[in-house]
Structure formats: structure tokens, C-alpha cells
Design a protein around this ligand. Structure first.
Ligand SMILES: C[S@@+](CC[C@H](N)C(=O)[O-])C[C@H]1O[C@@H](n2cnc3c(N)ncnc32)[C@H](O)[C@@H]1O
Length: 295
């Protein structure tokens, strides 16, 4: 998550990214924050917008079985399971501490296990399971580079039923660059991704899906989640704070109001957060009403 906050966070650690360091970071976040939403995202207003977008898209596609990859402490997984009580929802994460937190609050239609996104299809517990929806919410950005991120996407695809959908909710570098261009106009410093994140390349993901289109996956829908929220909270409110010499606070009422402004297409994609809905091309047997995705 990009942004600035009052809240003390271990995200400021400067370290070369290695899988061990990243896992240790998330283990520590789970210890520090338990089941709270703050374990995996410091901005509650963005989080609410993100969950709203995910639930809207899931309700428009077949969703009897859902796999949430990199589910953290299960905060979003539980919101999905509550909204769709008839669905079976599985959450997986490579951090044992996160999965321990998630399993403390299981609901009748959720289950959780430890698994690495890079070897999902070889995981003992998941072996033989297939899902209508395979979701990642800010998980791919924890992988070391775009090559690994592509492997993660292909591993997620292997977990889909033939006509299933993959939902990627991830930070994209170009969205952050657009936001920083706007911030620069107001004399605000650049927001940098935290040390453990590598934001996805926008052109890269589109080119990759184009390359595998017709064989593996195709792009069905794209949303720049909360672009007006980012404009108002990370530019306008950030500028007010700078002028007053105070640190921005995620919980400021301005942010609460800003989060009620709807996402505005891709008119100006100044949110670093994108949602990509990808269709499994193998054995397409059902057509879902994709018009409902953005309604
Ligand atoms: C930003 S948090 C998001 C958690 C959750 N999706 C949410 O929205 O609250 C990223 C999560 O990805 C997990 N993660 C990072 N790399 C992973 C990997 N290689 N395999 C599985 N999970 C991973 C982390 O442990 C962490 O819980």
C-alpha cells in the first residue's frame, strides 16, 4: 500500500527483498495486529472500497467455490464468505502466523491453509481442487519481480475450473506514477512502494495477457479502484496537511468523505490499485453476464 500515516509501521525497514524477509515481515504483521484489517493494509477507507469492488465483481460471475490467494489474516476472505454464504471459500497464505490468525475466526463456509502462490498447483492440501473464482488481493506485489509475478498468475490459473475467473487486485506502477505526477504539481514528495513490494507493470500485464489470449487467459474487465479517493486523499488532503505542517492520518474525516466518491472509470488512473478480471480460456462452457461487472 502506498501512502503516509501517523501510525507506526515496520514497513519503513530498508532491506533487499528476499522471500524469507518478506515472509518474516508478514509473520510479524500478524503477530502485531492479530485479526485486524491493519495487519495487511493501513488505510481502512481504501480497504472498504477494495472489498466493495471485489464483492460486486464476484456477484456477477459464477462463485460456488472461491480461492483467496495470499489471504493474510482472512479479513477480506471473511467479508466474501459472509456476503456469499452459499459459496465455499478457501484462503491460503505462505505466512503461518497469518493463517493461524485466519483460522481463529473461521465461518462454516471458510477453510484456510498454508500455501505459496508460486507452487499452488503442487500443494498437498489443494491437490485436485478447482475453483470458480481465484482471487489475489495485493499478494503478487510481494514477489521479487515480474517474472515471478507471471509464474504466480499461471499458478493461479491452474486452480481455475474451465470457465472460471481470476480476479487480480494489485498495485500497478503506472497508477502510482500518475498519482506522483499529480502530487508533484502540488509540491508533494513522491510516494514510493514499500521495500517488500514490487508493483506490477501496467504495459507488462496487458502485453502478457495479450500473448496468452486464446490459450490460457483473456482480459475481461479492468478497474482503477478508488481513483477519485486517491485524488482527494493523497493529493488534496495531503496538500492541506503539508500546508498546516501536520502528518496525514488515514482516519481523517476528509478521507471518510472522499471514500464515498465513486471510482470514475479510467478517466484519470491515479490510483495505484487495479482490479483485473481474467477469464480462463480453457474449455469455456458458460457465458456470464459481464455487463454486470461494472454496474
Ligand atoms: C498485502 S497482504 C494482503 C492480504 C489479504 N489479501 C488482504 O487483502 O488482506 C499480502 C499477503 O500476501 C502474502 N504473501 C506474500 N507472498 C506470498 C506468497 N509467495 N505466497 C502466498 N502468500 C504470499 C503475505 O503473507 C500477506 O499476507
Amino acid at each position: 500500500m502506498a501512502g503516509t500515516a501517523k501510525r507506526k509501521s515496520s514497513r519503513s525497514k530498508i532491506s533487499p527483498q528476499s522471500e524469507g524477509d518478506v515472509r518474516a515481515f508478514w509473520d510479524q504483521q500478524a503477530k502485531e495486529h492479530g485479526p485486524s484489517d491493519l495487519a495487511t493494509n493501513p488505510d481502512p477507507h481504501y480497504r472498504a472500497l477494495e472489498i466493495e469492488s471485489i464483492l460486486r465483481v464476484i456477484s456477477a460471475i459464477k462463485h460456488e467455490t472461491i480461492l483467496d490467494v495470499g489471504c493474510g489474516n482472512g479479513y477480506t476472505t471473511r467479508a466474501i464468505a459472509k456476503k456469499f454464504p452459499e459459496s465455499e471459500v478457501t484462503g491460503v497464505d505462505f505466512s503461518e502466523n497469518m493463517i493461524n490468525e485466519a483460522t481463529r475466526l473461521v465461518t462454516p463456509n471458510t477453510d484456510f491453509c498454508v500455501a505459496d502462490i508460486l507452487s499452488l498447483s503442487r500443494n498437498e492440501i489443494l491437490r485436485g481442487r478447482k475453483y470458480d473464482v481465484v482471487l489475489s488481493t495485493r499478494c503478487l506485489i510481494n514477489l521479487a519481480n515480474w517474472e515471478e509475478q507471471k509464474i504466480g498468475i499461471l499458478e493461479m490459473r491452474k486452480m481455475l475450473v474451465p470457465d472460471g475467473r481470476m480476479i487480480l487486485v494489485e498495485n500497478v506502477q503506472e497508477g502510482l506514477d500518475n498519482l506522483n505526477d499529480l502530487r508533484a504539481k502540488f509540491g508533494l514528495e513522491k510516494i514510493e512502494p514499500p521495500w517488500h513490494n514490487k508493483y506490477l507493470p501496467n504495459d507488462g500485464i496487458r502485453a502478457f495477457i495479450e500473448e496468452i489470449k486464446g490459450n490460457l487467459l483473456s482480459m475481461e474487465y479492468v478497474e482503477n479502484i478508488g481513483n477519485l479517493y486517491y485524488l482527494l486523499s493523497r493529493v488534496l488532503y495531503a496538500k492541506l496537511c503539508k500546508d498546516q505542517g501536520i502528518e496525514p492520518d488515514y482516519n481523517n474525516p476528509i478521507n471518510a468523505i472522499a471514500s464515498q466518491v465513486p471510482t470514475m472509470g479510467e478517466y484519470y488512473a491515479c490510483s495505484p490499485n487495479y482490479m483485473f478480471v481474467l477469464k480462463n480460456e480453457i474449455g469455456m462452457s458458460a457465458q456470464w453476464d459481464t455487463k454486470k461487472l461494472s454496474s
